[in-house]
Structure formats: structure tokens, C-alpha cells
Ligand binder design. Structure first.
Ligand SMILES: [Zn+2]
Length: 165
């Protein structure tokens, strides 16, 4: 997605609703980390903005590596989420499913958003199929904006509930 923050609503909802399954920091980092690729490619003047990292194959690899990092940093991340008013104990399961949910949700959302000219190939190296439609970016942004608002509202409710005496 050209505007990366639109990816953040989905992992935040997943993490708040199913906390034992999805580490919130893992899922949120996973949902935006793949956009380092277009940033790097644009800054280094490459011909297309998207490459292999925007595929399910490399999203799986990135998700696994991120899962390991989150697992290693779990104590620090648990205290960081606590600072944001949410209590969550990161387990190996939530680190990996969270990170993989993040990276896979990123590629899934991008499928309708990016034209073949941008280099986006979700099914690389198995297929060059693309599913870009002219109408899609507007609606994907609209839906993702609503999801982000719902996620923020849910976060406020959860924090208010958990932190009242
Ligand atoms: Zn992207």
C-alpha cells in the first residue's frame, strides 16, 4: 500500500481480540516491515517499486525471522506493550503467528492495490499472476481506514477496561 499506516488496523484488532495467538508488536511490525522494500527501491532509483519481498514466499521468510527476533526480545516488548496500557505475555506461538499474520496480511492487502507495472508479484516464484483493478486502491484505502478507526476505538475500550480499578 502506498500509505503504509493503512496496514496497521488489521493486526491491532487481531492482537487485541486474540492475544494468546497474536503478539501485538509482532503483528504490527510484520504488517509494515515489507514496505522497507519499496522505500529502498525508490531511494536507490530502481525501475520498479516492488520486488520479491512483496510475495507470499518471502513474506513467510521475513515473518519467521521477525518471529525469532520478537521471541528473543519478548521481555522488552512485553514491558513496551504494558506502557501502552495492554498486558500481553509473548509466547513462541504468539511471536510467530503474530509476525506471519502481519507479513501475510500485508501481501494480501497489496494484491488488489499494485499494478503489474510496479513489479508486484504476490505469487513469485511460482506465478506472475496479478489481480490489480483500477477501482481497487480507492476501496482498499477506504476499507482499511475504517478498519484502522475500529482498531483504535477497540484499543481505547480495552485500555479503559483493563486499567480501571
Ligand atoms: Zn506494500
Amino acid at each position: 500500500m502506498p500509505l503504509t499506516p493503512f496496514h496497521l488496523g488489521y493486526p491491532l484488532i487481531a492482537g487485541l481480540v486474540a492475544r494468546s495467538w497474536f503478539s501485538i508488536p509482532a503483528a504490527m511490525m510484520g504488517s509494515v516491515i515489507l514496505d522497507l522494500e519499496p522505500l529502498f527501491r525508490i531511494l536507490s532509483g530502481m525501475e520498479t517499486s516492488h520486488g520479491q519481498f512483496h510475495s507470499f514466499a518471502l513474506a513467510a521468510v521475513v515473518g519467521l525471522v521477525l518471529g525469532i527476533i520478537v521471541w528473543l526480545l519478548r521481555k522488552r516488548l512485553d514491558s513496551a506493550t504494558k506502557l501502552f496500557g495492554v498486558k500481553q505475555k509473548t509466547t513462541a506461538k504468539s511471536a510467530f503467528t503474530g509476525a506471519l499474520f502481519g507479513t501475510f496480511s500485508h501481501v494480501t492487502l497489496d494484491i488488489l492495490m499494485h499494478s503489474p507495472e510496479s513489479g508486484f508479484r504476490a505469487f513469485w516464484p511460482f506465478s506472475d499472476a496479478t489481480f490489480f483493478e483500477q477501482w481497487a486502491p480507492f476501496w482498499m484505502h477506504a476499507v482499511s481506514a475504517v478498519v484502522l478507526l475500529v482498531a483504535v476505538a477497540l484499543y481505547v475500550i480495552v485500555v479503559a477496561r483493563e486499567n480501571k480499578q
